[in-house]
Design a protein around this ligand. Structure first.
Ligand SMILES: Nc1nc2c(ncn2[C@@H]2O[C@H](COP(=O)(O)OP(=O)(O)OP(=O)(O)O)[C@@H](O)[C@H]2O)c(=O)[nH]1
Ligand SMILES: [Mg+2]
Length: 350
């Protein structure tokens, strides 16, 4: 950890330095050496969760970690940036990379998101390609089912990385009968030499044990890459911003959430509580009154939701002050994306 920066651990293990990302463990550093239980057979590596928007990547990451770290919502294209979730057990540490959904991007924001997803898939030990199990109700429909062009485009893009790909079929709970699964798996394995196929339901915690044992095989023998009590590579203020965005996605339907970005203007840690000032940026003046709502009702709902969520996450009370700003056409202009925190990595590195 950086000298001079006070890091206080929160209930969930994320770093409390609100601006800087936590640093990976240096294997030779005695100060941060893993606990004595770590033996020579310990495995550690990076595992990316990739797929089309809305297939359940963030929900699966949360289910594996056993905590609500990543923002998930019923609307597609919720995740905009890569985030690491560090999953440490007695025998392995899988650094899970949550990524945005891969789709045909039109705006600058969407191109950024797809680039982020592909950057997330690069140089990992294993890619988990997530694909939704189709809701089919009879054997005849199941036997005729084929993966759609969007899912195949994702497979194509991921295959180009040259990394091993395990197929994770998601939302198994929506399938009325397990018998319908076999033809669906068959239709997928015809398409690519997947390292394994695991049907899952993150919601009902089905298939997670099997996924964990398959995934373990792809992690190299290595000491942990991150402190075993560290949950994420992102600082607390980033998570706070995500939680405001999650509240927007949960409160407003359809288009408006896609025009909103959140910046954390200040994050002060007082002894008794955190005091956070957030700005929600919309693209057009006309969007402002919708976000505010009648007598400020909508923005109040958003901030109440976000405040409760942030407090749950940090394990500390917090005050949250939200302002609304118009940053005209920010989703379409790369320089404005940058200004709102959506940075391309420096020097083309991943
Ligand atoms: N029924 C069911 N729904 C699920 C399951 N996993 C995720 N979902 C739902 O699917 C929707 C999308 O989930 P996310 O985890 O946000 O999906 P994502 O792939 O991260 O989406 P983007 O970040 O938008 O690309 C949410 O409404 C989830 O509750 C599951 O196992 N079963
Ligand atoms: Mg997501």
């Amino acid at each position: 950890m950086e000298p001079g920066v006070e890091h206080e651990k929160s209930a969930n293990g994320a770093s409390r330095d609100t601006s800087a990302p936590p640093t990976p463990v240096d294997g030779a550093d005695v100060e941060t050496a893993p606990p004595a239980v770590i033996g020579p057979d310990f495995r550690a590596g990076f595992v990316a969760l990739c797929g089309r928007p809305n297939v359940g990547k963030s929900t699966l990451l949360n289910a594996l970690l056993g905590t609500d770290l990543a923002v998930a919502s019923k609307l597609p294209q919720t995740t905009r940036e890569r985030m690491l979730g560090v999953w440490t057990t007695d025998s392995f540490q899988a650094v899970l990379v949550d990524t945005p959904g891969i789709h045909r991007a039109r705006s600058a924001l969407n191109s950024y998101m797809v680039d982020e997803a592909l950057r997330g898939a690069r140089d990992v030990d294993l890619i988990l390609m997530l694909a939704e199990i189709p809701i089919v109700t009879d054997e005849e429909t199941a036997s005729k089912w084929k993966p759609g062009p969007g899912a195949l485009a994702v497979l194509d893009a991921l295959s180009k990385t040259g990394r091993p790909i395990g197929l994770v079929l998601t939302k198994l709970d929506r399938l009325p009968s397990a018998d319908l699964l076999l033809p669906i798996i068959h239709a997928w394995v015809e398409r690519a030499p997947f390292a394994f196929v695991v049907p899952t339901s993150a919601r009902e915690r089905v298939g997670l044990e099997r996924l964990s044992s398959e995934l373990l095989k792809f992690l190299p023998q290595s000491p942990p890459l991150y402190d075993d009590d560290q949950l994420s590579d992102r600082a607390m203020r980033w998570h706070a911003g995500e939680r405001v965005r999650a509240a927007i996605f949960a409160t407003l339907s359809q288009e408006l959430p896609y025009s909103c970005a959140v910046t954390i203007e200040s994050f002060k840690e007082r002894p008794d509580k955190d005091v956070i000032k957030a700005a929600i940026h919309v693209e057009r003046e006309s969007q402002k009154p919708i976000l505010i709502g009648r007598k400020g009702k909508t923005v109040k709902t958003i901030s109440t939701r976000a405040r409760a969520d942030i407090a749950r996450f940090t394990g500390r009370p917090c005050d949250l002050f939200v302002t609304i700003k118009v940053t005209r056409n920010w989703t379409k202009k790369p320089e404005l994306l940058e200004k709102l925190g959506y940075h391309e990595p420096v020097g083309g590195e991943s």
